[in-house]
Design a protein around this ligand. Structure first.
Ligand code: ZN
Ligand code: ZN
Length: 444
């Protein structure tokens, strides 16, 4: 993005060494002061630090209130608050903080008169409820009160450049862009998980957002169990496993979580063979531990299972804020599974020569339900390794091992909306996770 005059942006080459999770702002800004000193920063220049570390107050960003031109931006996990490529909200925060820092320097404590506690879609929205950030970014606006105080205190060309940056970011974040191209944070996720992540990212009302978070967690656990079971067990073993773990019929989320623990323990030695990291079994068990410690399944039974609806928005805000961190951790731990494999629905198969085959398949990653077709050329050693047409497969990174997910995940018509969907097994029901349809199937 061309950003020139009067502000221009330079990437620093020397890393700032700092590793405290949930850091205190003070500690962090002190470290920045040292950095400024040892790297001979001009006091007129801004030092803007993008970090993956969370800060104690759990803010998206802040500028130093001590007069130094230093800003930090939390640069990860944005997608759960605003459904856009994270670089756009991060770029927005950079510019917003520069303006706010300049203004604070001029007006001091009066600055807080211009902070909106209730979001109105302005640069100075407080966003105490983090999902409200979406208004600020999608309007790209500055309200008239804030604009007048900025105009009095800040150079005109800086304001003009900021507004034009906001406008260009706003255009790039429009929803229809997401329709054309999958978002980077979901393009490799299997559809079942990508879709719940998208619903989570596009919702901001607290109760609904909490429900979407629980759905997302449910979907992560369910998809992981089915994938890992299918990757490591034979057909008969899988049937037995599902019955033994009471995943049939009508399993509860708790049963899925227990099944996840069992499967990680059972298969530790097989994971490296499946091109999963050595410590993957440990990570999966960690996921179960985190889920249990934070009583996620209990929350789900309370909030969703029994139709108990608490009308206090605040209680859902608190609950969401607590749980989102947990689910983000869980998603990270399981990411080697989701990101490494490919997800295909086979349309047709053609032999090219000797062991080489061309498979035409629907690509089942990302949250767009209009799955595109893809041609995959690969080699199969034995006839029984060949995929079967019209089945759903999880495929190893080298494209050699195709593991059939039938009948647990299927590509086919939803009995309710009559669209072709990726359908997920739920004991006696099939779920259409795109809309949330649920219908009974005849198992053969
Ligand atoms: Zn305003
Ligand atoms: Zn449907």
């Amino acid at each position: 993005m061309p950003f020139d005059e009067p502000m221009y942006f330079i990437e620093e080459r020397t890393p700032l060494m700092f590793q405290i999770e949930e850091f205190e702002w003070e500690t962090f800004f002190e470290k920045c002061s040292e950095y400024r000193l040892s790297n001979q920063f001009n006091e007129n220049d801004f030092l803007i630090v993008l970090t993956e570390l969370k800060n104690k107050a759990n803010w998206f960003s802040s500028f130093s209130m001590k007069g130094e031109r230093t800003i930090f931006i939390h640069a990860s996990d944005w997608e759960n608050y605003i459904y856009a490529e994270p670089e756009y909200p991060v770029a927005y925060e950079v510019v917003a903080n520069i303006l706010q820092s300049l203004l604070y320097k001029k007006v001091g404590g009066d600055f807080f008169k211009y902070v909106h506690n209730t979001p109105i879609g302005c640069l100075n929205d407080m966003c105490g409820w983090k999902p409200d950030i979406t208004f600020r970014l999608r309007t790209g606006d500055i309200c008239s009160d804030c604009l007048s105080v900025l105009t009095v205190n800040i150079q005109k060309d800086i304001i003009e450049q900021s507004i034009s940056i906001f406008e260009s970011l706003r255009k790039r974040m429009l929803f229809n862009k997401a329709w054309q191209e999958p978002m980077s944070f979901e393009e490799k996720l299997p559809f079942t998980i990508a879709i719940t992540k998208r619903k989570l990212g596009t919702t901001s009302e607290p109760f609904r957002k909490m429900l979407m978070l629980i759905d997302h967690f449910d979907s992560i656990v369910r998809t992981t169990v089915l994938m890992l079971a299918r990757l490591t067990l034979t057909n008969e073993q899988m049937e037995d496993f599902l019955i033994e773990k009471r995943l049939y019929p009508l399993p509860s989320l708790g049963n899925w979580v227990d099944a996840l623990a069992a499967i990680a323990k059972l298969n530790a030695h097989i994971f490296p063979e499946l091109q999963l990291p050595e410590d993957f079994s440990k990570k999966v068990r960690q996921v179960v531990q985190i889920a249990n410690d934070n009583r996620i399944t209990f929350i789900r039974n309370q909030k969703r299972g029994h139709g108990y609806v608490d009308c206090q928005d605040n209680s859902y805000r608190d609950l969401f804020t607590k749980c989102i961190v947990v689910v983000e951790n869980i998603e990270k731990l399981l990411s080697p599974l989701f990101y490494r494999f490919n997800y295909y629905h086979t349309i047709s198969l053609r032999r090219l020569e000797r062991k080489r085959f061309k498979v035409i398949a629907h690509l089942l990653s990302g949250s767009n339900p209009a799955f595109i077709e893809k041609e995959i050329t690969t080699e199969f050693e034995n006839i029984e390794d060949l995929p079967i047409e019209d089945r759903l497969y999880v495929v190893t990174p080298d494209l050699k091992k195709w593991v059939d997910l039938d009948p647990y995940l299927k590509y086919g018509e939803c009995n309710i909306c009559h669209h072709n969907r990726l359908l997920v097994y739920d004991g006696t029901y099939m779920l259409d996770p795109y809309i949330g349809h649920r219908f009974k199937i005849d198992r053969d």
